[in-house]
Design a protein around this ligand. Structure first.
Ligand code: ADP
Ligand code: MG
Length: 238
C-alpha cells in the first residue's frame, strides 16, 4: 500500500495559479523526489497530497481510492517538516507517543512501537530528553520517529535536512535512504538540492513554475533531459 495518483491537480492562491494541471503516478514503495527552484510549487503540491491544503481542481487517489476530500488524519500518510514541529515541553518519548495516545492505542503497544522506532533511528539514549536538549540531527530523527510509529502508507518529507549543517546533511541523507530500504514504504521527498535528488531518488520529478517538466530516474534525467531547464537543473550539458 502507498500508491498515490494525481489527476489534473491544480492550485490557485487568489488569482495566482501556482500549480498548473499535474498528472503523476507515484508507485507503491518508491522513493520519489520533487526537485526544483524555490517558489515553484513543491511544498504546495506536497501539502495537497497530505490534505493540509485543498486542491483547486483535480483529484488525488491514495491506494486506488479517491482521497481528494479526505481529512489529513484519515489519509494514512505522515509528513516530516524541516522545522521538526516537535512539542518543546514533552520528552522525546512523549513526542513520539503523542499521536498514538491520541489514537487511543494501548500503552504496551505504544511502548513496543517507541522501542522499535528508537532502535531503527538510534534514539535509545535520548528518549527522556526534551527537544531543546538535542542536536538538529537528533531532532529530525525524533520527527521521523513520530512518523514511523504511525505506520503510514507513505512518508512525505518537505526539505527535512535544510536546517542541518552540510556534513550532518550527508549522514541524514544516508539514514533516510537506509530507512526507505528497511521500511519499504513510499517516500515523497521535496528538496531544492540537486545532489540530494540525484543520490536518493528512485525517480525524480523536476518542477518549474507550477509544472513538472520531466519525471524519470536520475540516470534518465541526466542522460536524456527533455529540455534546457532539466539539463541545467540536473547539471548535465545538452
Ligand atoms: P516551493 O516549495 O517550491 O518553494 P511553494 O509551494 O512554497 O514553493 O510556493 C509556490 C508559490 O505559491 C510561491 O509563489 C508562493 O509564494 C505561493 N504560495 C504558497 N503558499 C501560499 C499561500 N498560502 N498563499 C498565497 N501564496 C502562496
Ligand atoms: Mg517549499
Amino acid at each position: 500500500m502507498g500508491s498515490i495518483t494525481l489527476k489534473q491537480v491544480t492550485k490557485t492562491f487568489g488569482d495566482v495559479n501556482v500549480i498548473k494541471p499535474i498528472d503523476l503516478q507515484i508507485h507503491d514503495g518508491e522513493f520519489i523526489v520533487f526537485v526544483g527552484p524555490s517558489g515553484c510549487g513543491k511544498s504546495t503540491l506536497l501539502r495537497m497530497i497530505a490534505g493540509l491544503e485543498d486542491t483547486t481542481s483535480g483529484n488525488i487517489d491514495i491506494d486506488g481510492q479517491d482521497a481528494t476530500n479526505t481529512p489529513p488524519a484519515k489519509r494514512g500518510l505522515a509528513m516530516v517538516f524541516q522545522s521538526y514541529a516537535l512539542y518543546p515541553h514533552m520528552s522525546v518519548r512523549n513526542n513520539i507517543a503523542f499521536p498514538l495516545k491520541r489514537a487511543k492505542m494501548p500503552p504496551a503497544e505504544i511502548e513496543a512501537k517507541i522501542a522499535s522506532a528508537a532502535k531503527i533511528l538510534n534514539l535509545g539514549d535520548y528518549l527522556d530528553r526534551k527537544p531543546g536538549q538535542l542536536s538538529g540531527g537528533q531532532r529530525q530523527r525524533v520527527a521521523i520517529g513520530r512518523a514511523i510509529v504511525r505506520q503510514p502508507s507513505a512518508f512525505l518529507f518537505d526539505e527535512p535536512l535544510s536546517n542541518l549543517d552540510a556534513s550532518l546533511r550527508v549522514n541524514m541523507r544516508l539514514e533516510i535512504s537506509e530507512l526507505h530500504k528497511t521500511l519499504d514504504t513510499t517516500m515523497i521527498y521535496v528538496t531544492h538540492d540537486q545532489v540530494e535528488a540525484m543520490t536518493m531518488a528512485d525517480r525524480i520529478a523536476v518542477f518549474n513554475a507550477g509544472v513538472i517538466e520531466q519525471v524519470g530516474t536520475p540516470l534518465e534525467l541526466y542522460q536524456t533531459p527533455i529540455n534546457r531547464f532539466v539539463a541545467g537543473f540536473i547539471g548535465s550539458p545538452k
